[in-house]
Design a protein around this ligand. Structure first.
Ligand code: MG
Length: 293
């Protein structure tokens, strides 16, 4: 099942049924006011209940085109956790020594990204050239954590996954280089497009091997498969949770494949009016337009 967050007198969560959205608030035995509520209250019984309201047609649905989409988790409780250089071809294309060497990492490279809020499918990626003039795209599979866990074993990692969405880890390359540490260059306002939907893990076979692509104005720039990650999802969850508790609603961006703007010579950074389309098989398309202000 695919779930969306949308705005209708505040944040709402609904389940997608074709081109319709069925509101969950007030329609289930458990009060569900947001995606984080849904994640924290999910049981097999609740999922059965949601499936049943999708087929019984007793609840008024809304055309999905009629609602204002929000990012699936517009205000994550903690910073979005990210991996750097988790696809070998991407690690090789990174040649700006100010940011990173060209080596293949022997352990996951973790950093975080502030998303307050994460923006939705259809929202603008906005920036001023007074702050940055080298803005880049990075399509990534994002894993959303289902329940609290520490020292999770790799072979039990899937139990801790709630589902999957797409994040565009938009990055100011000049700031990434200038400040050495990546936090600032990854965390400018609007630099975390997320969505369009959060797909429950029951709809995605494990291990997760999905085609992943990014197009700029229709031109295919990134094209890989999540099966090509250097550190896979079980490894990441196991490694990250060693001595560090993961919590429901945590978001882990698993890295981007090759083809980012910085990897081209000359560089292909984002310009005003560019349309950025991030696609992951089974999840959907996250499309945002660039607005240089
Ligand atoms: Mg990234």
């Amino acid at each position: 099942m695919k779930f969306i967050s949308y705005f209708s007198r505040g944040e709402q969560v609904g389940v997608l049924a074709g081109d319709k959205v069925i509101p969950l608030q007030n329609n289930l035995s458990v009060k569900i006011n947001s995606m984080l509520d849904l994640i924290e209250n999910t049981t097999a019984d609740l999922l059965d209940e949601i499936e049943s309201i999708m087929v019984d047609n007793k609840i008024t649905s809304l055309p999905v085109d009629s609602v204002k989409l929000l990012a699936p988790i517009p205000y994550p409780r903690r910073n979005v956790i990210c991996l750097g250089k988790n696809y070998e071809e991407h690690a090789r294309e990174i040649k700006m020594t100010k940011i990173s060497d060209t080596g293949i990492p022997s352990a996951p490279i973790y950093f975080t990204k502030m998303a307050s809020p994460a923006i939705a499918h259809g929202d603008d990626i906005r920036f001023s050239c007074q702050n940055t003039c080298q803005v880049d795209y990075e399509v990534e599979l994002a894993v959303v954590i289902a329940k609290e866990g520490t020292n999770i074993k790799a072979d039990e990692a899937e139990e801790y996954v709630w589902g999957y969405t797409i994040v565009n880890d938009v990055t100011a390359r000049d700031l990434q280089g200038k400040h050495k540490q990546w936090y600032k260059g990854k965390s400018l306002d609007t630099f975390c497009p997320m969505g369009p939907a959060l797909v429950h893990k029951n709809a995605i076979p494990f291990p997760v091997e999905l085609n992943i692509q990014c197009r700029i104005n229709g031109e295919l720039r990134q094209n890989s498969n999540t099966g090509n990650m250097i550190f896979d999802i079980p490894y990441i969850i196991s490694d990250l949770s060693k001595g560090m508790t993961l919590k429901p609603g945590d978001i882990i961006c698993t890295g981007t494949p090759s083809g980012v703007g910085m990897g081209f010579e000359p560089h292909k950074f984002l310009n005003n009016g560019d349309i950025v389309e991030c696609y992951i098989e089974g999840i959907g398309r996250l499309v945002n337009t660039v607005a240089v202000i």
